[in-house]
Design a protein around this ligand. Structure first.
Ligand SMILES: Nc1ncnc2c1ncn2[C@@H]1O[C@H](COP(=O)(O)OP(=O)(O)O)[C@@H](O)[C@H]1O
Ligand SMILES: [Mg+2]
Length: 242
């Protein structure tokens, strides 16, 4: 099996500040990988580069071995805030991608059913809770059937219970669609529970990889989860992030 994603960035600078420095990572098909690290260590910059949104760097991004030169339908992006268009209905937002007519696409309704939002298909975003809006964003992120979904702190703005439900939803839709996931999170428990591997970043590159061997379905209260969380915390402490 070959890697779905291979990324290597020699250097990424903003003016004279070096933000990524010899960053390397790979993702296998079907994998869920989290990136954790201090604020400002370059996580969002890395995701934007992988998404093709920032091409001003000296590295490469390979998807299935093919160099990427810009945005692609094979790579979806979900942000911290849902970024829904307020004048479009929920269904139109999901199928938007250049053509609001796609709200009629049967796949929109299948996706809304999957994320538990069939009943609000014709509602406007302002009537949704934060958790519901982020479920719309997940459905929209899957509409183009990306091979890889990038998520940048996607659940930071919702309460702890909603967050757990959204993690479960993300895991189930990723499995259902065979989508690989690269997730940036500050939540060590979230990283441990969702991930096959957790990449801990220092300044500009990965300093340690923590493999999570716990079988799924995972119990958040298991000793395996506690051990994984503690390992991640130890690496962060060792890197003086904590
Ligand atoms: N567009 C930009 N112009 C200048 N500096 C930036 C820009 N985007 C990010 N940075 C800087 O790059 C560093 C890394 O940012 P970022 O990737 O957002 O970090 P993280 O997501 O890990 O918190 C920070 O110091 C940030 O201020
Ligand atoms: Mg960030």
């Amino acid at each position: 099996m070959s890697a779905l994603l291979e990324v290597h960035i020699g250097q990424k600078r903003f003016a004279n500040r070096r933000v990524l420095d010899n960053f390397s990572a790979a993702l296998w098909p079907g994998e869920i990988v989290s990136l954790v690290g201090a604020s400002g260590c370059g996580k969002s910059t890395l995701l934007r580069i992988v998404a093709g949104l920032d091409r001003d760097h000296d590295g490469h991004v390979l998807l299935d071995g093919v160099p990427q030169h810009g945005v692609s339908r094979d790579i979806g992006f979900i942000f911290q805030e849902p970024r829904l268009l307020p004048w479009l209905t929920v269904a139109q937002n999901v199928g938007f991608d250049a053509d609001p007519e796609r709200a009629r696409d049967p796949r929109v309704h299948a996706l809304l059913a999957e994320v538990g939002l069939s009943e609000v298909a014709d509602a406007l975003p302002k009537s949704l809770s934060g958790g519901m809006a982020q479920r719309v964003a997940i459905a929209r992120g899957l509409f183009n059937q990306p091979r890889l979904l990038l998520l940048d702190e996607p659940f930071s703005a919702v309460d702890a219970f909603t967050r757990i439900r959204l993690q479960e939803l993300l895991l189930s839709v990723a499995r259902e669609h065979g989508t690989s996931i690269l997730l940036v999170t500050h939540d060590v428990d979230e990283a441990a529970w969702l991930s096959d591997r957790v990449l801990v970043m220092g300044e500009g590159h990965v300093i340690q990889e923590v493999a999570v061997h716990d079988a799924r379905p995972r119990n958040r209260r298991s000793s395996a989860m506690t051990n994984t969380r503690n390992t991640i915390l130890e690496v962060l402490e060792g890197a003086h992030v904590l």
